[in-house]
Design a binder for this molecule. Sequence first.
Ligand code: MIC
Ligand code: SF4
Length: 757
Amino acid sequence: MIFDLEMIESFYKRLDSTILDLRKKLNHPLTLSEKILYSHIYQQSQAKSYKRGIDYVDFRPDRVAMQDATAQMAILQFMMAGKETTAVPTSVHCDHLILAQSGAVADLKSAGITNKEVYEFLSSVCNKYDIGFWKPGAGIIHQIVLENYAFPGGMMIGTDSHTPNAGGLGMVAIGVGGADAVDVLAGMGWELKFPKLIGIRLTGKLSGWTSSKDIILKISGLLTVKGGTGSIIEYFGEGASSLSCTGKATICNMGAETGATCSVFSFDNSMKDYLVATGRQEVADLAEKNSSHLKADDEVYADPSKYFDQFIEINLSELEPYINGPFTPDLATPISMMKEAAKKNQWPIDVEAGLIGSCTNSSYEDISRAASVVKNAISQKLVAKSEFKVTPGSEQIRSITERDGFLKLFRKIGGEVFANACGPCIGQWARKDADNKKVNTIIHSFNRNFAKRNDGNPNTYAFVASPEIVTAIVLAGKLTFNPLTDAIMNSDGKPVMLAEPEGMDLPPEGFGNIDSGYQKPVHGKADDKIIIDPGSDRLQLLTPFAAWDGKDFLNLPLLIRAKGKCTTDHISMAGVWLKYRGHLQNISENYMIGAVNSFNDQTNKILNQLTGSYDTVPSVARAYRDSVSGSAVVGEENFGEGSSREHAAMEPRFLGVKVVLVKSFARIHETNLKKQGVLTLTFVNKDDYNKIREGDRIDITGLTDFAAGSKLTVTLTHTDKSKEKFQANHSYNESQIEWFKAGSALNIIRKSNSKNG
Ligand code: MIC
Ligand code: SF4
């Protein structure tokens, strides 16, 4: 079955005339990103030339996808909008809440029990609002989207930062917070600053141990975790067309680690073959017919520096495998340099566990290549030296990799196959015998490796590599092992070299017919009624946030000045906290508990100015909310990098944080804060961060003249009563200022909806 074929057909039907019209208006050669963005303008007839990185534009995405850990809050907000159904085709995926403990079957069963209330809630809202529901065990959101929904030239948003995965099928697919999703679900325009464009030409061809993963590992190192911010990365060149569709998806998926808005490849045979193999011949034919619109114009390829804001070239024939980490995905080390880097940095080199799979790397190609390494190892009498875990991205992938004997090979070396879900990638790994302080090293083929992310242990050094490199390292047990040059001792005491991996892009026997775990919405069913138990500790109806009182913020106590990396995992940790994703009050108890207090270098230990004692971040925030007017948070660069989880923005709002003042923000987090009514400011002079002292009171003035492009004034009153003053920037446009004034973006939708109704 092809989902939403009518919508896709009508998109392609319009495409030719839309592009023709745009050519007249824009009058210059177009990149692929521009073709896709401009053909999804909310008021298409009013499309005009937009300034990249400057103009805010309203878009009309074709579809929305949400995963269970973010869908709960998104849908709770959507319920407040008072609509009957979603304005565009939408899907919900149950993937984040499954604990990886004892293997797929047992884990799925216990998830069904522990998360029953949440799954029932999601399933019934999906029926009510006509949303496709993917049951637990069906697979990870991005893999399911690639297998079923993505189409070349389309545009989608998803409440997960790795939504860009669908760029592997030529889609502009962007990760957003739930409040952004609500805009699209409610049929409104979805606002985004028109992205800048980074062009990457891939030349040459991958070979041997190098894979698509290494391309993005290298690029993460080049661009760093903030280098892609506000940009779409567009790939092209003969190297790009030589990659499989799923390999392209891996690159687009992990592009999120550079802060990029999304990444995209142009339509080619690899996409066509993947569409056909996954049962979407009609979509492949439509894309083929429109292929001239599904790539950039020839002039762009001939002179990329003229048309992209930044241009990079990578020769795949010279690329070697990379290992990135620890603690950040942009610390990229070519495998030949690992011995030196590990020694210099004193990284523990004994690898305790290797994990492959996840939404990023569990394609047929990935699994078949990793399996070929295992097959060769077994034939050479090698055994695994580290634990080996596999998380297939979908039931479709699990069933064919089982059928074709790959999972059996993994089990032969002691590998354990977890459920088709996020599991260890997001702290849902009940790691056996894991003592919470032990210094140890793991390596995986996921995308992120922030502290505590996989097993909750701050002393776990997590590294990221391709599935085949992870597998080789599992066989050697050492981080410094380089399969290109090093031998491993086998059980006969003989040194042997691993053969280069071999794999197939697509299953020769086809994808097969399986029970995919999809539940079609049945509108009008008795369970359309959404009941939330007021005593539930998993779900809680939302109460609208109060509107701004029209006054400057005066005398706000400093809550925390966070030091260094402060990702959404530091702000609102996942793992055990995932269970409260539908309950704002409960989840707020994890607010900033992972952030480092710059005044004592400790986590979750900050001064309570009211008592003079030290306490946890959530309890001090609550005290300030309840007895003074709220509080202020200060941070450093790329604040809120990582996840799309808007809990990281709703929690401070709920706990009375009025302003977040940082050196720079990550895109999704800044928008999430703005949408929830928290004031987002950046230092004009980054050194002013150092002026902030423990015990400070903070005034933010100029709010009564709050306007696009205006500056606000920050006045610090130190504990010795001395004062310091400096300026702060904001990036609000006029309509975002209205969100702030109304108390949240949702308050505006609610108001306009009650007027219309
Ligand atoms: C992640 O990879 O960090 C997550 C968990 O998928 C998040 C979503 C979430 O926090 O629910 C993301 O990437 O947006
Ligand atoms: Fe799930 Fe990890 Fe992918 Fe996020 S990155 S969607 S947690 S598998």
